[in-house]
Ligand binder design. Structure first.
Ligand SMILES: C[S@@+](CC[C@H](N)C(=O)[O-])C[C@H]1O[C@@H](n2cnc3c(N)ncnc32)[C@H](O)[C@@H]1O
Length: 240
């Protein structure tokens, strides 16, 4: 049976983000910190490569699921309860070669303060990986679902955001990262087409999901497609 649509969307995201992270992970064992790492899908995969991975997350349930996942895969991943506001107490400054912050900036009170904290946790010469929701795609999604009033309200960057949290444009995200003193290396669009393709269409044709992943990989780094992407993935570095 074909995997559910949510899983297919996840596989597109994972494939594109993973191919950007692979060169960063390299061959030497790194100290990797995953803030808001949740149930540890990415953390465990990175741990399997031999890196020293710590997940910090406010949710005890997510951390329990992470511990189970790591045990099942026989991987050592450290889990610590905490959030972005207390990260420097939990992880300490200059403590990680690679900091992952995926799907978290949307929900913090102050993204600029959060980025200042992340920039301090990354070691000089280290890398920050950010994944955030992108605003323009959300407007398109609302309009295509017939929610025209919601789409109209989302055009205004200062409109209050709902439960899904804040959304960013490329320029806003890159600006926040630079203001925190980091250099932007690359920005990719994640799920440019995946959320626009009806799940039933993928079910009909064998191999369609793999072909879609290939298409997503091909457009991810093309700036002209960034405004269509559901999420933005940004890699930044702290100068040595
Ligand atoms: C959308 S999930 C993303 C999980 C994972 N990083 C991923 O990309 O699949 C957001 C995660 O952020 C955590 N979170 C929520 N508020 C946070 C905060 N202020 N600081 C750090 N993590 C937070 C949640 O518990 C949850 O595990």
């Amino acid at each position: 049976m074909a995997p559910p649509a949510s899983e297919r969307r996840g596989s597109t995201r994972t494939a594109v983000v993973w191919s950007a992270l692979e060169p960063v992970l390299g061959h030497d064992a790194l100290d990797v910190l995953d803030i808001g790492g949740g149930t540890g899908g990415l953390a465990v995969r990175i741990g399997e490569l031999g890196h020293r991975v710590t997940v910090v997350d406010p949710s005890p349930d997510a951390l329990a699921a992470l511990d189970r996942r790591a045990r099942e895969r026989d991987v050592a991943v450290t889990s610590r309860q905490g959030d972005l506001s207390s990260l420097l107490d939990v992880a300490g400054p200059d403590s990680a070669d690679l900091v992952l912050c995926h799907g978290v900036l949307e929900v913090v009170d102050d993204p600029a303060a959060a980025l200042a904290t992340l920039a301090r946790v990354v070691r000089p010469g280290g890398v920050l990986s950010l994944l955030v929701a992108q605003r323009y795609a959300a407007v398109v999604a609302r309009a295509m679902a017939g929610h025209f009033q919601q789409a109209l309200e989302m055009l205004d960057a200062t409109a209050p955001h709902g439960r899904a949290g804040r959304r960013f444009t490329h320029d806003e995200l890159a600006g926040l990262v630079r203001d925190a003193g980091l250099g932007v290396d690359a920005v990719q669009g994640i799920r440019v087409f995946t959320d626009l393709v009806p799940g039933s269409l993928l079910d009909l044709e064998p191999g369609a999901t793999a072909a879609l992943v290939e298409l997503e990989q091909a457009v991810a780094s093309r700036p002209e497609y960034l405004p269509l992407a559901t999420q933005l993935h940004l890699l930044a570095h702290r100068s040595s």
